[in-house]
Design a protein around this ligand. Structure first.
Ligand code: CMP
Length: 139
């Protein structure tokens, strides 16, 4: 059993697509925790700290603080890889048919969803937003 962090990004929430995306996730994985937040600058910068030297970091943080997001912990067998497959490529122009990003993303920045890329990042990202008390295994 594995856990991963999912964020429905401001573009998808503003477009009214959060519910459709959550429904797709529920068909494949179990959400075990969920919250809506409007991130402030510090929260966004801390979450994306691994990208702080990248040229897109400031724009990414501007975008991620531009409106509310829906943050979830998803649980299931092989959850990290399965959710990444469901999301599709980071750049929606390269995302496969039927993936979330193919359906809902606009470009590499406004790409509808975030997902953890490895067990270590999932552990960091889950603990960044959720306390142990907020995580209820439904397995
Ligand atoms: P995400 O999975 O949230 O992790 C980092 C984000 O940076 C990524 O999705 C993209 O939305 C964003 N990003 C913006 N520009 C780029 C870029 N040129 N290369 C990779 N990621 C980018």
């Amino acid at each position: 059993m594995e856990r991963t962090l999912s964020i429905v990004k401001p573009d998808a929430v503003a477009a009214g697509n959060a519910g459709k995306i959550i429904a797709l996730l529920e068909e494949n994985l179990r959400p075990i925790a969920m919250k809506m937040m409007h991130l402030d600058r510090k929260q966004a910068e801390g979450f994306y700290a691994v990208h702080r030297e990248r040229p897109f970091f400031a724009d990414l943080c501007d975008f991620m603080t531009s409106g509310p997001v829906v943050i979830m912990v998803l649980e299931g067998e092989n959850a990290i890889a399965r959710y990444r497959e469901l999301m599709g490529a980071t750049n929606p122009a390269q995302a496969a048919e039927g993936t979330i990003r193919k359906q809902f993303a606009t470009n590499i920045e406004r790409n509808a969803v975030h997902g953890s890329d490895a067990p270590e990042t999932a552990a960091f990202e889950i603990s960044y937003f959720f306390s142990k008390l907020e995580l209820h295994s439904r397995g």
